[in-house]
Write a protein that binds this ligand. Structure first.
Ligand SMILES: Cc1cc2nc3c(=O)[nH]c(=O)nc-3n(C[C@H](O)[C@H](O)[C@H](O)COP(=O)(O)OP(=O)(O)OC[C@H]3O[C@@H](n4cnc5c(N)ncnc54)[C@H](O)[C@@H]3O)c2cc1C
Length: 286
């Protein structure tokens, strides 16, 4: 497995920001991934796992990590009756399209969520009332000691944007359960969901989706808007005018611009509304 040196991470995140990884690898099989992990351990270099980089904000510095990108890992889909096995590197949205074309239903509401299945399982990604955890029969994981094991979906500890079973482990793939569906109806739902996303979200700018989790009893976007923060900028980072829970790269933003704006929004929202916002976005290197 080839370990590359000094690789810019900008092209690996949806924010189009991020510094340089001292060491970098893109394994496409479990064996290659195990090799990368062994190499990092032998050289006492901490590793960091990335999927599609759609929920990540990476600092602008040189990162003394081995960054392991899994967007090519086990990129295959296998169908068995109502079950589908998909590898961690398969895009969530590609699996959704595959299910619809296979006359299976259940995942349509998550149409348009960017990123890999590995990332979706780690984050328990979801939208419009459906979360990936609801469809998960089993997660296939690699543990820190190098053993491969599976956890039933019901035992995985899925909660809002969190999956306990994935913490400290690496997702290799997952098996998902669907119902038999009507392809035309599924296509209609998917189209409608994509239309709503394009209407509400600033998809024309690089972003990480929603920056903050939904606080109990509130919507983060509403609180941010109430504080008059829509359009607020630091450097190239801007609170979206279209959807206040999106902080976008409006052009030439650095990771620090975005991080500083996130901190400022949190401070102002706490002061003005008493609500402590918590990030959904994950950080590396800050
Ligand atoms: C425009 C836009 C819209 C979005 N809309 C939504 C939405 O509606 N709902 C939603 O939930 N999210 C949304 N997101 C956020 C993002 O798409 C999801 O969180 C997605 O599941 C992240 O997948 P990823 O592969 O990009 O993960 P990454 O961003 O690469 O990683 C996210 C986290 O998962 C970990 N991880 C990644 N792969 C693995 C693996 N194989 N094993 C173990 N850990 C892993 C990483 O270490 C990191 O902690 C949106 C993002 C954008 C840019």
């Amino acid at each position: 497995m080839r370990i590359r040196e000094n690789v810019s991470l900008k092209n690996y995140t949806s924010y189009r920001t991020g510094g340089t990884a001292r060491f970098f690898a893109e394994p496409s099989t479990t064996e290659e991934l195990v090799e990368c992990l062994a190499w990092a351990e032998k050289n006492s270099i901490e590793h960091f796992i990335m999927g599609g980089g759609c929920n990540l904000l990476i600092s602008d510095q040189i990162l003394d990590h081995t960054v392991i990108v899994l967007s090519n890992l086990n990129r295959h889909i296998l169908r068995k009756h109502k079950k589908i096995y998909a590898g961690a590197g398969v895009l969530l949205d590609s699996m959704i399209v595959y299910t619809i074309r296979s006359y299976m239903t259940g995942a349509e509401n998550m149409s348009g969520i960017p990123g890999t299945l590995g990332g979706a399982l780690a984050m328990n990604a979801g939208a419009f009332g459906t979360e990936i955890g609801m469809l998960t029969d089993e997660i296939e994981l690699l543990s820190a000691d190098g053993s491969v094991f599976t956890v039933k979906g019901a035992d995985a500890g899925f909660s809002y944007r969190k999956t306990l079973a994935v913490e400290g482990n690496i997702v290799l793939g997952g098996t998902f359960l669907f119902e038999e569906g009507d392809r035309a109806e599924s296509e209609r739902i998917r189209k409608e969901i994509l239309r709503k996303r394009a209407l509400k979200q600033p998809l024309e700018y690089p972003s990480c989706g929603s920056v903050f989790k939904r606080p109990e009893g509130h919507y983060a976007g509403e609180l941010i808007e109430r504080c008059g923060l829509k359009g607020k900028r630091i450097g190239g980072a801007m609170v979206s005018v279209k959807h206040a829970n999106f902080i976008v790269n409006a052009g030439g933003a650095t990771g620090s611009d975005i991080k500083n704006l996130i901190e400022e929004v949190k401070l102002i929202v706490l002061k003005e509304t008493g609500v402590q916002l918590e990030e959904e976005v994950k950080y590396l290197g800050f």
